[in-house]
Design a binder for this molecule. Structure first.
Ligand SMILES: Nc1nc2c([nH]c(=O)n2[C@H]2C[C@H](O)[C@@H](COP(=O)(O)OP(=O)(O)OP(=O)(O)O)O2)c(=O)[nH]1
Length: 136
């Protein structure tokens, strides 16, 4: 039997603009999977509610404020990486306040889901993009 992997709960958001484009962000140098494009978000801290964690991450990473009512649960990723199992709910978010600003990533891009294959993403994300393509 293989060694059980710890499950890591990461929350992420697909911010969608009025033209149906989705925000993706490039992971910076020095981090795991540097250079790959991800949905903004991050780890849920102990004792933190997932939606609160996502609101916090969007503030820290992008400088925007959103509300729990503006986060719609959409799909989730369940993916075994080498050292952990990623469980990542993806929420849709169409309403936020403030201009999206790059705080922690190497770059940001607003991309139609059918163009996301031009942006290499972590292996866990590929199935999620297909759902966005169907939605938008
Ligand atoms: N935010 C986000 N993380 C993703 C996506 N896809 C994916 O495999 N991940 C992985 C990358 C990381 O291992 C983990 C997110 O953790 P994180 O962003 O809070 O942490 P990190 O690795 O950047 O590093 P750190 O905060 O510990 O310094 O989830 C995605 O679309 N968005």
């Amino acid at each position: 039997m293989s060694t059980p992997l710890p499950t890591l709960l990461v929350v992420a958001a697909a911010l969608i603009d009025a033209d149906g484009r989705v925000l993706i962000a490039q992971r910076p140098e020095g981090k795991q999977m540097a250079g790959l494009w991800e949905f903004p978000g991050g780890k849920v801290e102990p004792g933190e509610r997932p939606e609160a964690a996502l609101i916090r991450e969007l503030r820290e990473e992008l400088g925007v404020e959103t509300k729990e009512a503006c986060l719609a649960p959409f799909v989730f990723a369940s993916h075994a990486y080498e050292s952990f199992h990623l469980l990542m709910p993806l929420y849709l978010c169409r309403r936020w306040e403030g201009a999206v600003t790059r705080h922690e990533h190497a770059a940001l891009a607003w991309v139609r889901p059918n163009r996301m294959s031009d942006y290499p993403m972590p292996p866990a994300d590929a199935p999620l993009v297909a759902y966005l393509r169907d939605l938008l």
